[in-house]
Ligand binder design. Structure first.
Ligand SMILES: [Zn+2]
Length: 149
């Protein structure tokens, strides 16, 4: 299985690990080792609010509580997201393309029917080997079944 470190640049859509009925969108850009929600202002997963921090904690105790929250709550969520995408990057990319009608490699809008089938626009397709491109060519029926599993 591919690991997250091998994940190609692109856009991905997966179920939210905590709320499976909600779709979340992510972008990976290896150039600057970036990974985050898409669009960038989107926020998914647990958020620590000021009011969540127990009253009476201050200074070092407060810092430790906050650090533990990130270790125990936020980081497992982020790990689950990375794991879900790495488990099947092509499916996650195609899902992004299908749901938003955008190229899963560059994020631009897809217009022609052929691009929509691949989930990849004409310019991006030129830079991809036929072998890799074939993985993106999944008939809709097959995809619908895979989505139900
Ligand atoms: Zn593209």
């Amino acid at each position: 299985m591919a690991t997250f470190a091998d994940l190609p640049d692109g856009y991905y859509a997966i179920d939210d690990p905590h709320h499976l009925e909600q779709v979340t969108y992510w972008r990976r850009a290896q150039v600057r080792s970036q990974f985050g929600p898409w669009p960038p202002k989107a926020r998914y997963g647990p958020v620590l609010r000021r009011s969540d921090v127990p009253d009476g904690l201050s200074g070092q105790a407060r810092d430790e509580w906050v650090r533990r929250w990130f270790t125990e709550v936020r980081e497992p969520y982020d790990a689950a997201v990375r794991e879900a995408i790495a488990a099947d990057p092509v499916a996650a990319g195609k899902r992004f393309a299908d749901l938003l009608t955008r190229c899963c490699l560059c994020g631009r809008k897809l217009s022609d029917a052929r691009s929509k089938v691949y989930g990849i626009g004409p310019e991006c397709r030129q830079g991809i080997s036929a072998e890799v491109l074939a993985a993106y060519f999944v008939p809709r029926v097959g995809r619908a079944h895979r989505g139900q599993s």
